[in-house]
Design a protein around this ligand. Structure first.
Ligand code: ADP
Ligand code: MG
Length: 622
């Protein structure tokens, strides 16, 4: 019999090594993974048979059988699902097709505990068999095909594939147990594991005793069809682990039946940790769609909007036709109604948690807030529901603040909600643009997610208070009184207006096209200069983001603001006043470069900067 030996893809080998060595404390989960795969395989066949009834070959009694053999020391997990042909075997059990695999593997720390959670999110699935087996055989025949196959591997770099005429439709996974793993041959142990992890599986999981007697181990009714009072928190959790390929606790479990014009059941979860590919462009939607308990797809883009892509679980519709194809799901009016219902329900559930002091809402926000905020931009008609759910870091304290709280503590005379955007809250707190706001005790929201650049301008205002960037010209701080602080030295005098005018004219002349304008500043107290954007203009942060993604070439020139109370500016103004506009070119360029550095910009001509800086220092020492 011809046998082919093939190597695992390098990523699989690496993963196998980690699986075998780091999951040892939780070995029994291999059974959950294999039962879960068997259940998926039956779901797939049931779906395929809707349009190709001949595939069931007279056997539509889907089930999963566990067959322990104490003499041979093997445990077999057998299903009569869709099965695999040779190409499927190579593809599914020899490679990891998922995007971001290499990146994922590099995140593993070697710390078994952390890695378990990560691997769980990644869905190590089938390969977990090697935790308990030193040899695994998969004997399988794909529904509708005549050749059967035997895949064999010891999990160390390679596997073999050979034809096998004994293979029935579906797959039999034969585990040759490692020394010391005999517990997985004991009925009692298997019963317990199935009850713990796989009770929710909708198909019967049967234990086949040595005499051939079959015993059903699970409840075998789809969990979401049961009423809430019949489901324990543990069962919900295990179901979540099954549908989400996760190891963590769900942060939210939402189980409900929609009745009325459109009938469906939703069993949805929000994980407590974000998956590693939350922002990967190819990431799919992960809620599974069923129609009258038949699995249809786990990749239905229209089921939920992208800003709720952190949801996991199942939606089961009564109204969609059973023979619906994945293509027919596009622009389907029933599906659109389900989607509206789901969005409403999820947002109102989030609202409840946000308003509940014990709701641990911040934990959700820290993981998924950046995704939810996309909704502000993408779904205009939901803005009023999403805005109250948003939380922000701000210049006041380290916690999160809602817009409502922000508005409640606005200063007398303050008319806008002030924001500043950047990459990192720690660096943002030190921005010169904030100085005038801090001096007036005006709170500023620190926006550090890329999406913030987009929704703020799209949304415009909250409760009639406009959002305004502190890094934008025209911010009128004059109406808000500065805080009087005890024992503080009085503010220095500003340079005389006439001298300032001369200085500004001189700076403009020296800097030419490099700046859009030069203006005296209200917002600076400590720093001499800062850069701001004109009203309606792109922020410097956004410009940098776009440049990083090659979406933008050179940015537009900015407004240079100068602080008339700063010692350096006063000296320069005095000099300009007495000596006229000449002789300050170097100072002009140094000021602009300084403002760029404070902004986190790279300098267009670092060599010139260094030369001028050295000259200025030397002069100072003379
Ligand atoms: P996942 O279940 O997340 O896709 P697994 O590693 O558990 O990943 O399984 C890999 C793939 O192998 C599955 O997607 C499926 O295509 C295939 N597979 C595994 N077990 C079976 C089975 N019992 N019958 C048919 N195909 C299977
Ligand atoms: Mg799996």
């Amino acid at each position: 019999m011809a046998q082919e030996t093939l190597n695992f893809q390098a990523e699989v080998s690496k993963l196998l090594e980690i699986v075998v060595h780091s999951l040892y404390s939780n070995k029994e989960i291999f059974l959950r993974e294999l039962v879960s795969n068997a259940s998926d395989a039956c779901d797939k066949l049931r779906y395929a048979a809707l349009t190709q009834p001949e595939l069931v070959e007279g056997d539509s009694d889907y089930k999963i059988r566990l067959i322990p053999d104490k003499q041979a020391r093997t445990l077999t997990i057998a299903d009569n699902g869709i099965g695999m042909n040779k190409a499927d075997l190579v593809e599914n059990l020899g490679t990891i097709a998922r995007s971001g695999t290499a990146n994922f593997l590099s995140q593993l720390s070697g710390d078994a505990k952390k890695d378990v959670t990560l691997i769980g999110q990644f869905g190590v699935g089938f390969y977990s068999a090697f935790m308990v087996a030193d040899k695994v055989e998969v004997i399988t025949r794909k529904a509708g095909e005549s050749e059967g196959w035997r895949w064999t591997s010891d999990g160390r770099g390679a596997f073999t594939i050979a034809e096998d005429e004994s293979a029935g439709r579906g797959a039999r996974i034969v585990l040759h147990l490692r020394d010391g793993e005999d517990e997985f041959l004991e009925s009692q142990r298997l019963r317990h594991i199935v009850k713990t992890y796989s009770d929710h599986i909708a198909l019967p999981v049967l234990l086949v005793e040595e005499e051939g007697k079959e015993e059903r181990l699970n409840a075998a009714s789809a969990l979401w069809t049961r009423s809430k009072s019949e489901v324990t928190p543990e069962q919900y959790r295990e179901f979540y682990h099954h549908v989400a390929h996760a190891f963590d606790e769900p942060w939210l479990t939402l189980h409900y039946k929609a009745e009325g014009a459109i009938e469906y059941t939703g069993l949805l979860f929000i994980p407590s940790h974000k998956p590693f590919d939350l922002f990967h462009p190819d990431r799919k939607q992960h809620v599974k769609l069923y129609v009258k308990r038949v699995f249809i797809t786990d990749d239905c883009a229209d089921l939920l909007p992208p800003y709720l892509r952190f949801l996991r679980g199942v939606v089961d519709s009564q109204d969609l036709p059973l023979n619906i194809s994945r293509e027919m799901l596009q622009h389907n009016p029933v599906l659109a109604k389900i989607r509206t219902g789901l969005v409403k329900r999820v947002l109102s559930e989030l609202k409840k948690r946000a308003e509940d002091e014990n709701g641990n809402y911040d934990a959700f926000w820290n993981e998924f807030g950046a995704v939810l905020k996309e909704g502000l931009y993408e779904e205009r008609e939901r803005r009023d529901e999403i805005l109250p759910l948003c939380r922000f870091r701000s210049t006041k304290g380290d916690g999160l603040v809602s817009l409502k709280q922000y508005v409640e503590r606005m200063k007398p005379g303050q008319e806008a909600i002030y924001t500043i955007t950047g990459d990192d809250p720690v660096a943002l707190r030190k921005s010169p643009q904030l100085e005038g706001f801090l001096a007036r005790d005006v709170e500023v929201l620190l926006l550090t997610d890329p999406i913030d650049e987009f929704w703020v301008s799209a949304v415009g205002s909250f409760e009639d208070k406009p959002f305004r960037s502190v890094a934008q010209a025209g911010t009128d701080l004059g109406a808000i009184a500065k805080e009087e602080k005890e024992g503080e030295t009085p503010e220095p005098e500003a340079a005389p207006a006439k001298d300032m005018d001369t200085l500004i004219a001189a700076l403009k002349l020296a800097l030419g096209e490099q700046v859009k304008d030069v203006r005296p500043s209200e917002r600076l107290t400590e720093s001499a200069v800062c850069l701001v954007s004109d009203q309606g203009e792109m922020s410097l942060h956004l410009e940098r983001l776009l440049r990083q993604h090659q979406q933008l070439g050179q940015g537009a020139p900015r407004i240079l603001e100068i602080n008339p109370r700063h010692a350096l500016i006063r000296r320069l103004a005095e000099k300009a006043g007495s000596e006229g506009a000449g002789g300050i070119e170097d100072a002009a360029h140094l000021l602009l470069d300084q403002a760029r550095i404070l902004e986190g910009e790279t300098l267009p001509d670092p060599a010139a900067f260094a030369r001028r800086m050295a000259a200025a220092l030397e002069k100072g020492l003379a």
